[in-house]
Design a binder for this molecule. Structure first.
Ligand SMILES: [Zn+2]
Length: 432
C-alpha cells in the first residue's frame, strides 16, 4: 500500500510539474504576443521590449550572463509601417491584414488615384514593359495587376523582374501598384524600401470594376536601428568548455499600421517559450548538465537571419566548442510530427533522435531534410557547427499573418517535443 501511495504521489507530482510548465508556457506566449510587444518588430521598439522581458526571465531562472551581460547588440535597417494603413476601392474600405497587406519593401502614399490595368503580355518582355510603363497615361495612376494570370514559374519570374525594375526606378511615375491575388496573404520584413507604394489585395475583396483608389499608407525607413540577441548559460559539471547550444528567434514582423500587428505565436513565441522552459530546467541544481548549456534568443531572424549571422561573426567563445546546436522555431503544433533540417547532414545524431522518439513514443514521425538557409542554425552549420533546426508539422496553417495568434495556438505535441529534447541532450552527454 505504501509503495502504491509513493507511486501515486510520484505520478501526481510529475503531472503537476508538467501542468505548471504548460501554465508558464502559455504565460510566456501570451506575453510575447501582447499588444505591448507589438509583434516584436521595429515599430514602437517591440523587439527591445521583448528582449528586456527575456533578459529578465533568463536572470530569474538563474542563467549566467557572459562578460558583457545578457545582451549582444547589432545594427540593421528595417522598413516599418507605424502609422496609417488605409485602402479604399470605389469608396469601399478594405481591412489591413485581412483584405490586403502592404509589401514589406513598400513606400508610403496618400491620396485618391485612378486605376490602370496592365495585361500579362506587358510583363513578359522587358522592352514592352518599359514602353508601356513610360506612357504618359500611367503617370499618377495606380497600376493593377492580377497575379493569378502568371501561371508558370517562368512567367512569375518575369513578373518579378519587372517588379524589380519598378523598385529600382522608384515606381517610375506611378502613384502605386496593386497586386490582386487569390493566394494566401503572407507578410514579411524588409531591410530596404522603394519609393512606390505596393499592396497585395485578396481577390475575393477586390471589385472587378475598381476605378478609384484611396491610399493612406504611412511608412518609415529605419536606416540605422539597434536590435539585439539575448544570451546566457549554465556551466557544465564535467566539460564546462564544451557547449550544447539551444536557440530560438524571438523577433517577428511587428506592426502593419498603428492598429494592427502580427503577433507570431507559432513563429516564434512558441520556440522562445521552449527555450525558457529548457533554461529553467537546466538551471536547477538537480539537473546540472555535464556540458555547459548556452541559450540564445536571436533577434532579426525575420529580417534575414541577421542576429544569428552577427553572432557567428562575433562569437563569445570559439565556435568549435559547440558540441551540438538545436534551433527551435514553430513549436506550436506537431500532430503530423516534426522536421529536422540538417537531418541528412548529421546522420548519427538524426538516428539518435529517431530512436529516442520511437522509444518515448513522442511524435508520429520525424522528417529529415538537407541543409537549408531557413532559420538561425544556418550560419552556424555553414561554419562547421553541428546543428539541427527543428519545427513541428500539421495543425493550424497560420503563418506570417494576422491569424498566428496565441488564442488559437494548439501546442499539440509541445510536452512531447520538450521531453524528446531532454532525452536527446542526455544521450549526447553519454559517451557511446
Ligand atoms: Zn520563424
Amino acid at each position: 500500500m505504501k509503495a502504491f501511495q509513493c507511486l501515486l504521489f510520484f505520478f501526481l507530482s510529475c503531472l503537476q510539474v508538467s501542468a505548471q510548465d504548460m501554465t508558464y508556457t502559455r504565460q510566456v506566449i501570451d506575453t510575447l504576443c501582447s499588444d505591448f510587444m507589438g509583434g516584436r518588430g521595429y515599430s514602437f521598439k517591440g523587439d527591445k521590449k521583448a528582449a528586456d522581458y527575456l533578459k529578465n526571465e533568463f536572470k530569474k531562472h538563474g542563467l549566467k550572463p557572459f562578460s558583457n551581460g545578457y545582451e549582444q547588440s547589432f545594427l540593421l535597417s528595417a522598413n516599418t509601417f507605424p502609422g496609417s494603413m488605409e485602402l479604399e476601392v470605389n469608396g469601399i474600405k478594405l481591412a489591413a491584414g485581412k483584405d490586403f497587406i502592404v509589401r514589406p519593401f513598400s513606400g508610403g502614399q496618400k491620396g485618391v488615384y485612378r486605376a490602370i490595368k496592365f495585361k500579362k503580355k506587358h510583363f513578359l518582355k522587358r522592352s514592352r514593359f518599359f514602353k508601356q510603363i513610360s506612357k504618359s497615361q500611367c503617370k499618377n495612376k495606380v497600376l493593377v495587376i492580377d497575379l493569378d494570370d502568371f501561371e508558370s514559374k517562368e512567367e512569375k519570374e518575369k513578373y518579378e523582374h519587372c517588379l524589380a525594375l519598378i523598385k529600382q526606378f522608384d515606381g517610375f511615375e506611378l502613384a502605386g501598384l496593386i497586386e490582386v491575388s487569390s493566394s494566401k496573404l503572407t507578410w514579411g520584413v524588409s531591410t530596404n524600401y522603394t519609393g512606390l507604394c505596393v499592396l497585395t489585395v485578396q481577390k475575393s475583396s477586390w471589385p472587378s470594376n475598381a476605378s478609384e483608389i484611396y491610399f493612406n499608407i504611412e511608412q518609415k525607413f529605419e536606416e540605422i536601428y539597434t536590435s539585439q540577441n539575448v544570451l546566457g548559460y549554465v556551466e557544465g559539471s564535467h566539460f564546462p568548455d564544451s557547449f550544447i547550444l539551444f536557440s530560438a528567434h524571438y523577433d517577428h514582423l511587428g506592426h502593419m499600421g498603428k492598429n494592427i500587428f502580427i503577433a507570431g505565436a507559432n513563429d516564434n513565441a512558441s520556440g522562445t517559450s521552449m527555450l525558457l522552459n529548457l533554461a529553467a530546467h537546466y538551471a536547477k541544481p538537480e539537473n546540472k548538465p555535464k556540458y555547459s548549456v548556452m541559450f540564445i534568443a536571436f533577434g532579426a531572424e525575420e529580417a534575414g537571419l541577421i542576429g544569428s549571422k552577427f553572432y557567428v561573426q562575433h562569437p563569445l567563445f570559439p565556435l568549435n566548442r559547440i558540441r551540438f546546436m538545436l534551433n527551435m522555431d514553430l513549436m506550436g503544433t506537431g500532430e503530423d510530427g516534426m522536421t529536422a533540417v540538417n537531418g541528412r547532414v548529421f546522420k548519427k545524431e538524426f538516428e539518435l533522435l529517431e530512436q529516442l522518439n520511437l522509444k518515448g513514443n513522442y511524435l508520429s514521425k520525424i522528417k529529415k531534410r538537407g541543409k537549408a538557409a531557413n532559420s538561425d542554425h544556418y550560419y552556424f552549420s555553414e561554419s562547421g557547427v553541428p546543428a539541427f533546426f527543428i519545427y513541428t508539422l500539421g495543425g493550424i496553417q497560420a503563418y506570417h499573418d494576422i491569424y498566428d495568434i496565441s488564442e488559437t495556438l494548439p501546442l499539440t505535441k509541445y510536452r512531447e517535443v520538450y521531453q524528446l529534447i531532454l532525452d536527446f541532450v542526455n544521450a549526447l552527454e553519454t559517451p557511446q
